[in-house]
Design a binder for this molecule. Sequence first.
Ligand code: UDP
Ligand code: MG
Length: 137
Amino acid sequence: MEQTLSIVKPDGVKKNLIGDVIRRFEKNNLRIVALKMLRVSKKEAMGFYIVHKDKTFYDSLTSFLSEGPVVVMVVEGDRAIPKVREIMGATNPKDAAPGTIRADFGSDIEHNIVHGSDSIESASYEIPFFFSTLEIQ
Ligand code: UDP
Ligand code: MG
């Protein structure tokens, strides 16, 4: 069993895709074990994406993540980390496999609807960033 952090980013919330994202996880035998909607500040977004602090897109990405409400969730299941990444599709919607969330709904490499932890290490930073152990079922 693995746990991973997923986010419906501000563009996904605006496009009414919260249910669709959750549906795709659940259909693939993954369970939602924690869930909330919130708005992150620019500073919090910078902390969440600290691994990207030296990238050219860091400023733009962290402004985007803080521009509107997001839905954050902990998703659990067998191989949850790679499974969620597979359901999401490649970072750039143009490169994402047909039928993935990003291929179906993403607008461009930044506005790609959804986040998913990329490793056990990043999940163990990202899950407690948003949830206390008491909030995870
Ligand atoms: N991103 C961007 N420009 C890039 C690469 C990434 O704006 O050239 C954004 C995009 O929203 C992406 C996020 O930064 O989802 C984090 O990048 P990462 O490489 O970790 O992609 P992910 O793990 O989300 O597929
Ligand atoms: Mg990433």
